[in-house]
Write a protein that binds this ligand. Sequence first.
Ligand SMILES: *[C@@H]1O[C@H](CO)[C@@H](O)[C@H](O)[C@H]1NC(C)=O
Ligand SMILES: *[C@@H]1O[C@H](CO)[C@@H](O)[C@H](O)[C@H]1NC(C)=O
Ligand SMILES: *[C@@H]1O[C@H](CO)[C@@H](O)[C@H](O)[C@H]1NC(C)=O
Ligand SMILES: *[C@@H]1O[C@H](CO)[C@@H](O)[C@H](O)[C@H]1NC(C)=O
Ligand SMILES: [Zn+2]
Length: 307
Amino acid sequence: MTFSLHLSVLLWSLSFSTAQWCYQGQYSCNETCRAPSDWFTLFPKCGGDRQSPINIVTSKVQRDSALTALSFQGYHDTHNVTVENMGHSAHFALPPSVRISGGGLPDTYKAVQFHLHWGTDAGPGSEHTLDGERFPMELHIVHIKERYGSLEEAENDTSGIALLAFFFEESAEDNVYFNVVETALESVRYNGNSSSVAKLRLSDIIPATQELHGYYRYAGSMTTPGCDQAVVWTVFQRTIPVSRKQLVSVSRELVFWTGKPMADIFRPTQRLNGRSVLWSGAGPFLPSPLALWLCALAVSGGHWNRH
Ligand SMILES: *[C@@H]1O[C@H](CO)[C@@H](O)[C@H](O)[C@H]1NC(C)=O
Ligand SMILES: *[C@@H]1O[C@H](CO)[C@@H](O)[C@H](O)[C@H]1NC(C)=O
Ligand SMILES: *[C@@H]1O[C@H](CO)[C@@H](O)[C@H](O)[C@H]1NC(C)=O
Ligand SMILES: *[C@@H]1O[C@H](CO)[C@@H](O)[C@H](O)[C@H]1NC(C)=O
Ligand SMILES: [Zn+2]
């Protein structure tokens, strides 16, 4: 009796030892896991001075002309990918033929996986904030320098990992391209569940690459433990539309390793500690319909004046 009680307590604590950190929303005082403010007690790097995410203050960013457009390879190809519930989020594994370079990155990087951070229903859920605004969801596409064989190896290099971040913004219409992600998440409800997704194309999910000239760049960390300070962050200005219905559905589909609904999976913003946030500038001038119309009016006006 006593033995079996001890055994079940032992097994219970073992089941928690694989992932001893949790998000704030998941935490309650009777929980044994560590909330974000205490991650550093188990994972010392989470207490470092170059942590992510951050709040981006647009009036303080430094424009840098070296931040040209990124080059995307394999983003337009279809891939069969595996999605897995990792207990704290769901990862979509990506093949190394998906690559990025340019855009002021120090190297060519190959993709490893992508995942999302979200809130509760359609509430605030992004990790980075822009002038204090938290978007409903954020996409992270994780890449490592081509020479490395694993994320663990890349974590040893201060610029070993390149993370692309996209904010989602609520739209009136469903984003039909997002359905493939939504459906995939439905199939991996529990910790450890995995499923395959056929014909996934990243370019269908993110905005058109010619609209990605505007972005913020800073040096930071992974936003989950061990919080390695090995990340070159690229946070794009252009957002991805997604309907309220889709946001609600995503935040209700999965459960954490603790069995609670997987919601509010974002880390609080971290101190800048003197780091600068660079900005690419808005990119090449794209004439709006109104500007074209005004231009046409000015030209025709000038024409008439000459008569
Ligand atoms: C913590 O307490 C809440 C309610 O107070 C309960 O629902 C939950 O199951 C408890 N969690 C653990 C791990 O005991
Ligand atoms: C992807 O999976 C489909 C079946 O689900 C298969 O027909 C196709 O050959 C696969 N493509 C690749 C590139 O593996
Ligand atoms: C990271 O660097 C340390 C110290 O240089 C080394 O001992 C360790 O093996 C490296 N880890 C990986 C995964 O490369
Ligand atoms: C998902 O995980 C649960 C809990 O571990 C398990 O019972 C279930 O069979 C899994 N489902 C699939 C489709 O793997
Ligand atoms: Zn992330």
